[in-house]
Design a binder for this molecule. Structure first.
Ligand code: C2E
Ligand code: CA
Ligand code: CA
Ligand code: CA
Length: 281
């Protein structure tokens, strides 16, 4: 048994070695990617469930590696977080997203009250640098603060509650909106919905997938929509892939949805085309 244990250990350590190597390689190319501008911002449309109009868009990072091809954010975002690069990249994302938004708006392509959502990483949330980044972005782009939604996750609120409260309070004072991403997948202490200045809840896509087959998913999704409304919050459903999922959330009067049923995240040019098509109909 002892020997087997040792072999096992060797096996794992080789695997870990290989993993560390791949990670190191990706990290090196990530630095190059930033210089070569292989990172780009895509936008996923968000739709008003009642009217079918474009309600907003979520900015999502994409990495087109010249050799490997498209690297998933689920792989490179954690790398950016480990290296701390996410802070700079996150500020770039914020500025790019708002600049693009204001550009569409100034061309008259956006319906009134449209908003742009930007994801924040926990690493951006540990000090007041995020406040400077947000103020600077508002100043430089001239975006109406009410059009900007910052998406944070539940876990970011429980780490340092006082700090989170201070930062969110300050962001809110600037007029910027706050949304809870992946709601229901983290520490769901419902207390913080009362404690923090939150405007939107996003139902995690894992609850929407197979909603027509899973009683549990249906129960969770409808309960989250009702909870949000009872608290005066807006609800956004993500991961709406089918007509069935859309009908389900419509029945519960979920305000907004995004998902492959309408569109995946698309390039700026494709988004511009989409807006042009929409403004003609
Ligand atoms: P997220 O914030 O929960 O973003 C939603 C994810 O769901 C996106 O994946 C989107 O493409 C995907 N999605 C949207 N509709 C559907 C659907 O109908 N079906 C399915 N199966 N998926 C759908 P993506 O773009 O791969 O991003 C993954 C995660 O990476 C994001 O999850 C977010 O946590 C992180 N991320 C992406 N961009 C940024 C960024 O600029 N900053 C930070 N901090 N994180 C980012
Ligand atoms: Ca998000
Ligand atoms: Ca999400
Ligand atoms: Ca996520």
């Amino acid at each position: 048994a002892k020997e087997k244990g040792r072999n096992n250990y060797q096996f794992y350590s080789e695997e870990i070695n290989a993993f560390v190597k791949v990670q190191a390689m990706l990290e090196t190319s990530l630095h190059r990617a930033l210089e070569k501008r292989e990172l780009d911002l895509y936008f996923q449309p968000q739709v008003n469930t009642k009217t079918g109009e474009i309600w907003g868009m979520e900015a999502l990072l994409r990495w087109f590696h010249p050799k490997v091809g498209n690297v998933s954010p689920d792989i490179f975002i954690p790398l950016l977080e480990d290296t701390g690069l996410i802070v700079e990249v996150g500020e770039w994302v914020l500025l790019q997203a708002c600049t693009q938004f204001v550009d569409w708006q100034s061309k008259g392509l956006l319906p009134p009250n449209t908003s742009v959502s930007v994801n924040l990483s926990a690493r951006q949330f540990v000090n007041c640098r995020i406040l400077d980044a947000v103020s600077l972005t508002l100043e430089v782009t001239g975006i109406n603060p009410e059009c900007l939604i910052l998406e944070i996750t539940e876990s970011m609120l429980v780490e340092d509650v006082r700090q989170a409260e201070a930062i969110l309070g300050e962001i809110h004072r600037l007029g910027v909106k706050i949304g809870i991403d992946d709601f229901g997948t983290g520490y769901s202490s419902l207390l913080y919905l009362k404690r923090f200045p939150i405007d939107h809840l996003k139902v995690d896509k894992s609850f929407l997938i197979d909603i027509e087959k899973s009683k549990e998913n249906a129960a969770i999704t409808s309960a989250v929509i009702q909870l949000a409304h009872a608290l005066g919050l807006m609800v956004i459903a993500e991961g709406v892939e089918t007509q069935e999922a859309l009908s389900f959330i419509s029945d519960y009067e979920c305000d907004v949805y995004q998902g492959f049923f309408f569109s995946m995240a698309i390039s700026r040019d494709d988004f511009t085309e989409l807006l042009l098509r929409q403004s003609k109909t």
